[in-house]
Design a protein around this ligand. Structure first.
Ligand code: IPM
Ligand code: MG
Length: 360
């Protein structure tokens, strides 16, 4: 089994070092190969996703990804910006299904900005379509407007689009995930759209409804995205699986993450049609705290656990890591982002060491 390790920028290398330590502490044999990505790759090779990095990611059985981005690259031409690395990996590896669980650990309920009774025990799964929508739709660009409110002036445009097969495959993923979470049968899927305004999302709604015919045991609910944003902070536990397009999923998954107290806790998986995947923390590169040894490595460590489960068929090892994370939280160890009075503040490396120790 070969794992591509792509630490990236900002806190990426620090949190990745802890996840690699945890993987090495397992009694499994992996080959791990590291490559530059994002701003670090731009510095080293002149491109955020160098050929060698992409080839490594393609050849590996799974990719563990840290984070990319730094304000200092905001002025570069778009194709050279760090974010293009993650978008390029998603596109070239066909990673269309993005799993973003939002789980509120009992030990961290107090860290949420919402009342404990609203988020205690929260366990929802956002499934975001990841290779289509306005993120990748062509054409896009800048031009002189020929119509609209101000003809003759400069304008920019993007294209929102989805094809039937793109919607069908992500809908299947969502219904199957709902079943799995409910022990093989049942569960609920909330499909989030903007069918009241957008043609693309009326089509989305129609296609999801068609696919649902194969999953009579799963409850399907449709919700407009603005309402979904509101319901997520009003009564988040009413959701089970949420499925939506690339852009709405980007926004709602950050909102859902924050319900849990800290985005520093949440792993994510981006899978292709064969369950090969890229695994990354849901948070970004946090350049403001990079290099200080204070970042929370748990989202990356939990991403490694997801990788073991989904792509490497190592369920036992995945559970071992997850149980160890629960244990360190119960011991009261906290990085700065999840610290509260009465707990013990630790740094990035101490947290990684504690997880390894808790694995026994
Ligand atoms: C995410 C990020 C990315 C996205 C950026 C970095 C391109 O926000 O993974 O949610 O918008 O998809
Ligand atoms: Mg995002």
């Amino acid at each position: 089994m070969k794992i591509a390790i792509l630490p990236g920028d900002g806190i990426g290398p620090e949190i990745m070092a802890e996840a690699v330590k945890v993987l090495k502490a397992l009694d499994l044999r992996f080959e791990m190969e590291t490559a530059v990505v994002g701003g670090a790759a731009y510095e080293a090779a002149g491109h955020p996703l160098p050929e060698a990095t992409l080839n490594l990611a393609k050849a590996a059985d799974a990719v563990l990804f840290g984070a990319v981005g730094d304000w200092k690259y905001d002025k570069l031409d778009r194709p050279l910006r760090p974010e293009q690395a993650i978008l390029g990996l998603r596109k070239h590896l066909g990673l269309f299904a993005n799993f973003r669980p939002a789980i509120c650990y009992e030990q961290l309920t107090a860290a949420s900005s919402l009342k404990p009774e609203l988020v205690g025990g929260l366990d929802i799964l956002i499934i975001r379509e990841l290779t289509g929508d306005i993120y990748f739709g062509q054409p896009r660009g800048r031009r002189t407007a020929v119509d609209g409110h101000f003809p003759g002036t400069e304008e920019a445009f993007d294209t929102m689009r989805y094809s039937r097969p793109e919607i069908e495959r992500i809908a299947h993923v969502a219904f199957q995930a709902a079943r799995k979470r409910s022990g093989g049968k049942g569960g609920k899927v909330t499909s989030v759209d903007k069918a009241n305004v957008l043609e693309t999302f009326q089509f989305w709604k129609d296609v999801v409804t068609d696919v649902h015919k194969d999953y009579a045991d799963v409850e399907l609910e449709h919700m407009y995205v603005d309402n979904a944003a509101m319901q997520l902070v009003r009564a988040p536990k009413k959701f089970d699986v949420v499925v939506t397009g690339n852009m709405f999923g980007d926004i709602l998954s950050d909102e859902a993450a924050m319900l849990t107290g800290s985005i520093g806790m949440l792993p994510s998986a981006s899978l292709d049609k064969n369950n090969k995947g890229l695994y990354e923390p849901s948070h970004g590169s946090a350049p403001d705290i990079a290099g200080q040894g204070v970042a929370n490595p748990l989202a990356t460590i939990l991403s490694a656990a997801m990788m073991l489960r989904f792509s490497l068929n190592q369920e036992v090892a995945a559970q071992r890591i997850e149980a160890a994370v629960q244990k360190v939280l119960s011991q009261g160890l906290r990085t700065a982002d999840i610290y509260s009075e009465g707990t013990t503040r630790v740094g990035t490396a101490q947290m990684g060491d504690a997880v390894i120790k808790a694995m026994g």
